[in-house]
Design a protein around this ligand. Structure first.
Ligand code: ATP
Length: 328
């Protein structure tokens, strides 16, 4: 459904994206992960034709066989109103502050279907209810600033899926939201993708979040794709040194951070190990910490030889080692 080949994005003399190949099958959900500045957003924006004016994009981006690169802005806007939906981190910026939310969603519906304003209004309420907004009938009359962050993101999702796109690009859609509403939005994206057979390209720096949403991961590093694969095999057996470092930097080895880890215990052990990448994947201290859990979350060191301090998630750790995960 999405086929990217030889994609290059340059800003001035600086090449910020260089992707040989990236593909997504119909209805699949892929996470695009990587540290800040690795080129995730620039890749996502280039697919949607929303890259900065100063950027030069070349190569090939095909959506359902149709080449997107080279389309004029009007044609690209039409693609965004039909086959492609886009949602961003900051819904307040993406929504029109001067227009009631009902009208914004209604316009997105009317872009796609020739229906009367009245029908569009009815469909708007249905759509807002579908994205989990209770009392949609009342919310339609509000302006974006009169909604909470979570409600705004749901409105933006409703706008993006109004045209029943075949691909939804979601760039850090929950990063700006309170942790208590994040999971609801993530669940909604998975649900919509499954129900509508909609592909999802989910951009995030947070492996834990990606793990709960997507089935595959592409790891970006310095504008390149370092590796691609099913989400669990990339996390459990990273092939690229950079992926290992990204996992190490992620709390609980890709597990969700925040309340989900609250109350879990870990032991801190120290030791010297060879430089990153030169020991086999898995825990170099397996056995020494006194437990053998199947998914030992021992994180490899970030760089160089030790000594390194390891945090070992260990559900059977003795009472004395109990630590609140959130404070570490
Ligand atoms: N408008 C811009 N003008 C010039 N350079 C830019 C612009 N936007 C991004 N860049 C550069 O392009 C590179 C890739 O940026 P991009 O925003 O795609 O990274 P990212 O992986 O999405 O990071 P983050 O997670 O912080 O959003 C970086 O080197 C960044 O400095």
């Amino acid at each position: 459904m999405l086929e990217i080949r030889d994609l290059s994005v340059r800003i001035g003399r600086h090449q910020v994206v260089a992707i040989d190949e990236l593909t997504l099958a119909s209805g699949d959900r892929m996470g695009l992960v990587g540290e800040s500045g690795s080129g995730k957003t620039m890749t996502a924006m280039s697919i949607a034709g929303l890259q900065p004016r100063t950027a030069t994009v070349s190569g090939s981006i095909r959506l359902n066989g149709r080449e997107l690169l080279g389309l004029d802005p009007a044609a690209m806007a039409e693609v965004r109103g039909t086959d492609l939906g886009v949602i961003f981190q900051d819904p307040l910026r993406a929504l029109n502050p001067t227009m009631r939310v009902g009208k914004q969603v209604g316009e997105a519906i009317r872009l796609h279907q020739r229906v009367s304003r009245r029908t569009a209004r009815e469909q708007t309420v249905e759509l807002l209810t579908r994205v989990g907004l209770d009392d949609a009938g009342r919310l339609v009359g509000r302006y974006p600033h009169q909604l909470s962050g979570g409600q705004r993101q749901r409105v933006l999702i409703a706008t993006a899926i109004a045209c029943e796109p075949i691909l939804l690009i979601a760039d850090e859609p929950t990063t700006a939201l309170d942790v208590t509403v994040q999971q609801g939005i993530l669940d909604l994206l998975v649900e919509l993708s499954t129900e509508q057979g909609m592909g999802l390209l989910f951009v995030s720096h947070d492996l834990g979040v990606v793990r709960t949403v997507t089935s595959s991961i592409s790891v970006m590093y310095g504008g390149h794709i370092a590796e691609t694969g099913p989400v669990e095999s990339v996390i459990q057996q990273p092939r690229h040194r950079y992926t290992e470092a990204l996992i190490a930097a992620s709390p609980g080895r890709g597990e969700r951070a925040g309340p989900a880890q609250h109350g879990r215990r870990f032991r801190v052990i120290e030791g010297t190990v060879p430089p990153l990448g030169s020991f086999p994947s898995g825990c170099p201290f397996r056995g020494r910490c006194g437990h053998e859990v199947p998914d030992c979350a021992m994180a490899p060191p970030k760089t160089g030889p030790g000594p390194h301090v390891f945090r070992c998630w260990n559900p059977t750790a003795p009472a004395g080692d109990e630590v609140d995960a959130r404070t570490h």
